[in-house]
Write a protein that binds this ligand. Sequence first.
Ligand code: AMP
Length: 222
Amino acid sequence: MKKIIIFLGPPGSGKGTQAKKLAADFGFVHLSSGDLLRNILKNPLANDPETEKALAAMKAGLLVSDQYIYKLVFGEIKKHLTDGKGVVLDGAIRNLPQAEEYQKFFQENNLSDEVLAVEISLTDEESFNRLTKRRICVSCGEIIPYLPATRDLTACPKCDGELKTRADDDPEVIKKRIVEQGNIALAPIISFYENLGILRRVDGQPAIEEVAVEVKKAVKAS
Ligand code: AMP
């Protein structure tokens, strides 16, 4: 089984959820570049000008510079693999130059045989539906994804509270996110891993647990 699992997928595909589940199941470390950046944001004391620039980009909804991401993520990957743990990369690769640079890093560290990319596939239309139609419980904050099993719920399954769509799930903002991070943007990255023969594709349409089973199968067989 490979030790470096790269999750790819459009917004709303559930790749973050699947990455966390896989890490928990296999005792791997879940490495989300977004979480690493948010941790730095919470600890502004340590910030230098480069960090300020990265955080400003993040706050503006733009991508952080590639170099900053490498500095942030490569060290973490090395640290955990040296400790004998596998890593699940979530959101850490967002353009082709990043995919290429990560691969270079893996080669330089004799890790290229340990890499598997898992695409959680979803159409842009379904991506849009999931993000605009997911709801939040006004009482307990539970997020109700837009899935066949949950889309007809009229009250929170945990506390019976009222369900509302999220204020930040604005359709225009979501359209922009899908253009920037959806299937068209992902295509060159997917092709890159496909050409290396290390891509596995899992249908992201079914319920979370069903997708998780397929992800596990793909990773176990690697
Ligand atoms: P996320 O929580 O994964 O949506 O990431 C939050 C924000 O962090 C993104 O909108 C970007 O500004 C930044 N970010 C995270 N990962 C990357 C990456 N690999 N390349 C560039 N920016 C990133």
